[in-house]
Design a protein around this ligand. Sequence first.
Ligand SMILES: Cc1ncc(COP(=O)(O)O)c(C=O)c1O
Length: 435
Amino acid sequence: MSLETELQNYWMPFTANRAFKKNPRLITSAEGIHLFDPSGRRILDGSSGLFCVPAGHCRPEIAKAVGEQLRKLDYTSPFQFSHPGGFELARKIAELTPPGLDRIFFANSGSESVETAMKMAIAYHRANGQPQRYRFVSRELAYHGVNFGGISVGGMIKNREGYGPLLPGVVHMRHTQTVKNSFTQGQAETGADLADDLQRAVDFYGADTIAAVVVEPVVGSVGILVPPKGYLQRLRQIADKHGILLIFDEVITGFGRTGAPFAAQTFDVQPDLITMAKALTNGSIPMGAVAASTKIYDTITSAAPDDVIEFFHGYTYSAHPVATAAGLATLRIYEEDGLYQRAADLAGPFQAAVAQLRELSMVTDIRGYGLLAGIDLEPTAKFGQRGYAMLKALFEAGLLVRVTNDTVILAPPFVAEVSDLEQMVDIIKRTISQL
Ligand SMILES: Cc1ncc(COP(=O)(O)O)c(C=O)c1O
């Protein structure tokens, strides 16, 4: 069978399908911080897959837990039935989330977690006697997954355009990336006032029409936008003043990326809802979740009569037994290996290594926080072309990264050594000079 025939049936996500199938980048195995192609060539995983694998690939503890679970209980309906693992994992997650954000709803991806959180926000206000609060305030350049709620509040143009009118009533605040703050290491001193866009939305539409404001505490997929100092606090204050819920989309930042289990703790801002996915199972089995405040849970559940379903939402695979087993094994690894602290300890050396790229003339900005970094390359006449060329060249050079437009994103596994992080940066440096 020709390669083209072999590859023709899989319609790949967010991929230049025709180009890929002519010249595929296939991975057939992985171990630790490395991936291997069919010829056995070793490739450094510079982005933890898609921000998913902090503990390194193919952890035997997870494989064992998943295998045992598959032999014991492969599936049971999560509607009106359950299994003990779901409750145990919810308890473990609630030990990691900020106090009071302790009611955990399970989904299967980041996108589903976002939809779930948005519905919870609306359901909360309805149960609270304010059904007219249906609007969402979000931000330009945000990524909240690919379902209709998520692309409606999302701010990546390509993901939205062409899909019709989307959800009504979404208002986008400005993003926080400014030329003035280029090459800022960590949080910028200026820019907190951009949170006042939430107040403008309140003034324009009326607070009593707004259900929630949803933001990624550190914007991930679009290229790592770090919140200016005081920005998230200001959003919280304005939201509180007007009875608006604050949703943190922590699908990337959840489970240690910013040096604490959640960015809510890193930046010391308490949201009302947190979405999570990716690192929840170390990328091994699809799973997402939403942590809701006790108040949201109590308000929604107590509004319904006893013996009646309180929240008409859920997935066939919510708290899937196998994903749950993977999640429990993963959280055990994070705790026993001290990986949250390790991420915090590696952040300094990592950011210092990435900062060296500033000397390259093609690099027009670098942003970073914790174990996340975005490196902007000067675009060619065709926006995104250089980023795509870089993705391919880096793969050839032995480094897998995430690229958005002309931005290279690094998000290394937490089990990497400082020398591995330096090697990632060296490969980028070399590749840029050869591009
Ligand atoms: C902040 C954020 N929200 C939601 C999602 C969507 O997650 P998924 O691709 O698992 O649906 C992502 C994915 O990268 C994300 O970064």
